[in-house]
Design a protein around this ligand. Structure first.
Ligand code: PGA
Length: 254
């Protein structure tokens, strides 16, 4: 199916807590060939310690760099934290915000997500806002209300012009790292609901500009069917982004 709007696909690899600097260089080296196509954008999110090395390794390639998280303050006494400015300084253009692992293990809430998006925008980093329901929420029939709350609260107070420039990643928590991908119908249903909500938050034209990525056990053998859905504009890939052959195939989705 052809996408109705001019949204350039985005494939983002979230490396999580993986890769030393040497591993980062090797991985980048073996995916850079695959990343040249003009109709799709490729971004990787290595751990902080490998960002500067990765920034050098992607020079002259079409690969972009993302942070996995940021603090909402520009600087200060926040041991162990990293600011948006620091990510920019290390070569990032994107930052992942509110990943479900951050929400689950590090106490992030829709409010901290909102603050972090604001902090990212202040330094012109492009946030990728992650949302998604747990298995319990899905089984309780609450998927769409949970998603709506995450989007509304995470984007509270942002004007249409801001919202239209954002990227959202829908990642059902039960699909992350479990090998259980949402079916393309399950994913499309939620993506379409997000798009409808975005019409209210960004206007009709604005909502068509927002990229909504799918994440959760994206693999070489399911990327094509996912990308064929009208409201799926790309993927946030965890495990498979560490496997050069798998990630290259995902980048090369048809
Ligand atoms: P996964 O992770 O692809 O390993 O399921 C996705 C994510 O956490 O972004």
């Amino acid at each position: 199916m052809k996408k109705s709007a001019p949204r350039r696909a985005l494939i983002a690899g979230n490396w999580k807590m993986h890769a030393t600097r040497a591993e980062a260089v090797a991985l980048i080296d073996s995916i850079k060939e695959a990343a040249g196509a003009r109709d799709r954008e490729v971004v990787i999110a290595p751990p902080y310690t490998a960002l500067e090395t990765a920034a050098r390794a992607i020079e002259g390639t079409a690969i972009g760099l993302a942070g996995q998280n940021l603090h909402w303050e520009p600087k200060g006494a926040f041991t162990g934290e990293i600011s948006g400015e620091m990510l920019k300084d290390a070569g990032c253009t994107y930052v992942i915000v509110g990943h479900s692992e951050r929400r689950q293990y590090f106490g992030e809430t829709n409010e901290t997500v909102r603050q972090k998006i604001e902090a990212a925008l202040r330094v012109a980093l492009k946030p990728i806002m992650c949302i998604g329901e747990t298995l319990r929420e899905r089984e309780g029939g609450n998927t769409l209300p949970v998603i709506e709350r995450q989007v509304r609260d995470g984007l509270a107070g942002f004007g249409r012009d801001v919202v239209r420039g954002l990227t959202i990643a829908y990642e059902p928590v039960w699909a992350i790292g479990t090998g259980k991908t949402a079916t393309q119908e399950q994913a499309q249903e939620v993506h379409a609901a997000i798009r409808t909500l975005l019409k209210e938050l960004a206007g009709d034209t604005g909502s068509e500009a927002v990229r909504v990525l799918y994440g959760g056990s994206v693999k070489a053998d399911n990327i094509d069917t996912l990308m064929a859905q009208p409201d799926i504009d790309g993927a946030l890939v965890g495990g498979a982004s560490l496997d050069a052959a798998a990630f290259s195939r995902i980048i090369g989705f048809r």
